[in-house]
Design a protein around this ligand. Structure first.
Ligand code: GRF
Length: 199
């Protein structure tokens, strides 16, 4: 299985998956990393792992339909089978979604359907969890459709919210759990153990 990634910023989840592909923990080949942000650490991580990269954004392609086509072309030119959104802050276009329907997965740092959708990203997710008084949060991996953070859920893992938590401590606990969980889930998809439902 060949993996194509889209990532906007840091790429720590990307790194965990790249490492797992290298060690053989995941039986898949990282084929390309695409970012809308030319300065993304995710692109540096890809280069360091000698994985192909592309910067594709509204700067390189001002017309949304051209950007959509360029992303689709980059994925298909690299024979990508599964698209992995690893901190991608943009919506995929209709052509890319249609071509890869049911073959795009995303990780979200909360137990969807809670704390998802427009505006729920980064620290805001964890702030909302803390404000709610919930005793647990977690990670959701789901198939991507046209809406932010919707689409069939394929795996979830709970992470406790502890007394005295602030945004930093909760972010760190969720992130620490997210890396192995995302790796494990991509590994199960690549091994054919986890079948993706159509979105
Ligand atoms: C992760 O927390 C993920 O759940 C969310 O974006 C974040 C990306 O972090 N979709 P990183 O770039 O992998 O460090």
């Amino acid at each position: 299985m060949r993996l194509g990634f889209l990532a906007s910023h840091n790429g720590s989840n990307l790194q965990a998956i790249l490492d797992a592909c290298k060690s053989g923990a995941i039986s898949a080949i990282p084929a390309i990393v695409i970012s809308n942000n030319s300065g993304a650490r995710a692109l540096e991580r890809a280069r360091a792992a000698t994985v192909a990269t592309a910067h594709l954004s509204s700067v390189t392609h001002p017309m949304p339909e051209d950007l959509d086509q360029a992303i689709l072309d980059a994925l298909t030119a690299n024979d990508v089978d599964l698209v992995v959104l690893a901190g991608y802050m943009k919506r995929l276009g209709p052509k890319t979604l249609a071509h890869y329907r049911g073959r795009v997965v995303n990780t979200h740092p909360a137990l969807l359907p809670k704390y998802g959708g427009v505006g729920f990203w980064g620290a805001r997710v964890h702030e909302a969890v803390l404000a709610s008084g919930d005793k647990a949060t977690g990670i959701t991996i789901h198939v991507v459709d046209e809406q932010y953070d919707e689409g069939p859920i394929i795996a979830q893992r709970e992470v406790p919210v502890l007394p005295g938590d602030d945004v930093d401590t909760l972010t760190a606990r969720v992130k620490a759990a997210e890396h192995p969980f995302f790796v494990e889930t991509i590994g199960r998809i690549a091994a054919g153990e986890l079948k993706l439902p159509s979105s």
